[in-house]
Design a protein around this ligand. Structure first.
Ligand SMILES: N[C@@H](CCC[C@H](N)C(=O)O)C(=O)O
Length: 298
């Protein structure tokens, strides 16, 4: 008598977004799933898969080699992947959606929690008004001269690191960024050896700007949290605001295509970002489809 092989267990997923920067969420506390880049690409595919700008792999820090050293400070690790399957150091909207997932799953209460990321441990506050605030750490502004170009237009850009790389460009009109299907060109190449997220920014009013973004590993998205922080700091320096020099915090409102983020930099250089984060759906991934993708259980 032959025995049929045991059917693979369905794999749970959720879908969420923060200011319409959207993510496939895959809870996997014990890090039992192998998530090769090809599987991430198909899961994030908006036609053949679930669809998302990126994927949030939810793993206990002690179960992931990239996070084990942070396990005493943060129980959960955001193993973040871009839609093209690449790994990124940090995702500001992602960490807020990650916190919303932990709350939704009953794994944390309203209040403060620490989340491990490849960009270090981030403190997240679940506000009573429904927004989520994340302490993003400090921006680094290397001061290198960078040029960004789209078509026959070129602009000087401000190089800002939020753990991941950004080029912030002030433009007269957001339409000048074009369709943003393709990554904007930049020079010199050595400024961003691993690629870059590019933000195009216009003024809306005092300490109020609007931006579009081309995200490394995803194309144009409707929001980017680390990008909004980079934009707020670049705009503040352009406008002559430096909290470290004056001792006063500075707040910028950053409008993105998918909503609004509020960014505050305090005199110690720490940057806080507030905005909404929503879980919109949950379900199960068909294991046969996953099998056809060679998406394997480790
Ligand atoms: N959307 C994110 C940033 C995600 C990573 C980025 N594409 C990169 O490769 O650095 C955010 O909200 O910060």
């Amino acid at each position: 008598m032959t025995t049929a092989p045991a059917a693979a267990a369905p794999i749970a997923f959720l879908k969420g977004h923060g200011t319409e920067n959207d993510f496939v969420i895959v809870p996997d506390p014990d890090n039992a799933l192998a998530l090769p880049a090809a599987a991430v690409v198909r899961l994030c595919d908006r036609r053949a898969g679930i669809g998302g700008d990126g994927l949030l792999h939810v793993v206990r820090s002690e179960a992931h080699p990239d996070a084990r050293a942070m396990a005493d400070r943060a129980e959960w690790f955001m193993d973040y992947r871009n839609a093209d399957g690449s790994v990124a150091e940090m995702c500001g909207n992602g960490v807020r959606v990650f916190a919303r997932y932990l709350q939704h799953a009953g794994l944390t209460d309203a209040g403060d929690l620490d989340i491990a990321t490849r960009g270090g441990v981030k403190r997240v506050h679940l506000d009573k008004n429904g927004d989520i605030t994340v302490s993003m750490g400090r921006a680094v502004l290397p001061g290198t001269d960078v040029t960004v170009s789209v078509g026959n237009r070129a602009w000087p850009a401000r190089n800002v690191s939020m753990g991941n790389p950004h080029a912030v460009v002030f433009v007269e009109d957001l339409a000048h960024a074009g369709t943003l299907y393709d990554p904007p060109a930049f020079s010199p190449p050595a400024a961003y050896p691993d690629g870059v997220n590019v933000e195009f920014v216009v003024d809306r009013g005092p300490q109020h700007v609007a931006m579009r973004v081309h995200e490394r590993g995803a194309a144009e998205t409707r929001s980017c949290g680390t990008g909004a922080c980079a934009v707020a700091v670049a705009a503040a320096r352009r406008d002559g605001h430096d909290p470290a020099a004056t001792g006063n915090p500075v707040t910028y409102t950053v409008d993105v295509l998918g909503g609004r983020l509020v960014i505050t930099e305090t005199p110690d250089g720490a940057i806080g970002m507030s905005g909404p984060a929503v879980i919109v759906a949950e379900g199960h991934i068909d294991p046969a489809w996953l099998g056809s993708l060679e998406f394997a259980v480790a």
